[in-house]
Design a binder for this molecule. Structure first.
Ligand SMILES: Nc1ncnc2c1ncn2[C@@H]1O[C@H](COP(=O)(O)OP(=O)(O)OP(=O)(O)O)[C@@H](O)[C@H]1O
Ligand SMILES: [Mg+2]
Length: 289
């Protein structure tokens, strides 16, 4: 089972874009993919994949109800089928009060002599519903803020993939990376967090960016063998049309643009790189044919 959380404590660095693009790349290799959107904001993968119909309905069953042990229905019924091989557990506004809800659930449970570990609930819910038999890949897209969203995501997936901007902001987040990872490990107790890759994003080869890149090379970090170039037109087009970048570049354009196809191939290479770390070798030919 390939499972990872795409996260950086820096906001707007491409977590959601990478979630959607990698999910699509895995799917195109025939892997069955589940994306879990844990970002309470409207701008996460649920929106990107065009599935946010029920997010504002306070009565709707949603992930948080399951995490606090008060579901309104079967967990399977939360799953939205986006396309063949790609499913999504959509975001809901209730994720905005996830932390409070989890702590209240913990109090109630402990008052009754039970035990409830707030950071372990996503893992529990996924394990209880045998989700691991149904999917080959699980990707979680949490918000940039630390806390229970990320704790639950990391406890459930054990691995991180980290998008990085080659900028002062990016440098700061990388410098803090080891502390952040060990902070998460401390908070979770018995889990070792793997960093699958740090992926440079929005690369445009300016001199400043190349300087940051040189600096990065000197650090002992698992830098991905792939970087994602600045591709605003394609990625914003994909957002605006609520489709994956792959779909946008191949179906919404009047003609294919080489640079865009090249970037899709990078996402594909990244999906292969990630899969290989789980012992799964994907065929290089599928790419963007
Ligand atoms: N390689 C890229 N080239 C150009 N634009 C990009 C690239 N990657 C991401 N973007 C754009 O940057 C913006 C932020 O990306 P995205 O929403 O994926 O970041 P995020 O890390 O998920 O943000 P948040 O912290 O709000 O969850 C989007 O408009 C997206 O289209
Ligand atoms: Mg996001």
């Amino acid at each position: 089972m390939i499972s990872y959380t795409i996260w950086s404590e820096a906001g707007g660095v491409g977590k959601t874009t990478m979630t959607v693009s990698l999910a699509e790349a895995h799917r195109r290799h025939g892997q069955r993919v589940l994306v879990v959107d844990m970002d309470p904001q409207d701008g996460g993968s649920t929106h990107h994949l065009g599935a946010d119909a029920e997010r504002g309905d306070p009565d709707a069953d949603n992930l948080v109800r399951h995490l606090i042990g008060r579901p309104k229905g079967a967990f399977e019924d939360l799953i939205v089928n986006v396309s063949d091989g790609l499913d999504l557990i959509p975001s809901h506004n209730m994720l905005g009060s996830l932390e409070r809800n989890l702590l209240r659930a913990q109090e109630l449970e402990e008052d009754m002599g039970g035990e409830f570990e707030p950071e372990r609930q996503l893992r529990r819910v996924l394990a209880d519903t045998d989700i691991h038999d149904e999917y080959d890949v699980i990707i979680v897209d949490p918000p940039a803020t630390g806390g229970q969203h990320v704790y639950n995501a990391v406890y459930a997936t054990s691995n991180l993939l980290i998008p990085l901007e080659l900028s002062a902001k990016g440098r700061q987040s990388v410098e803090g990376l080891r502390d952040t990872v060990s902070g998460i490990e401390d908070a979770l107790g018995d889990v070792e967090v793997g960093v699958l890759a740090v992926v440079p994003n929005r690369v445009s080869n300016t001199r400043t960016q190349r300087e940051y890149e040189d600096e990065l090379d000197e650090q002992d970090l698992p830098i991905a063998p792939v970087e994602i170039r600045e591709r605003r037109a394609m990625l914003e087009g994909a957002w605006d049309n609520q489709v994956t970048p792959y779909e946008f570049a191949t179906e919404h354009r009047s003609r294919r643009r080489d640079r865009e196809i090249e970037t899709l191939e990078k996402f594909d290479e990244l999906a292969r790189f990630v899969s290989a770390q789980f012992g799964v070798e994907l065929d290089a030919e599928v790419a963007t044919a």
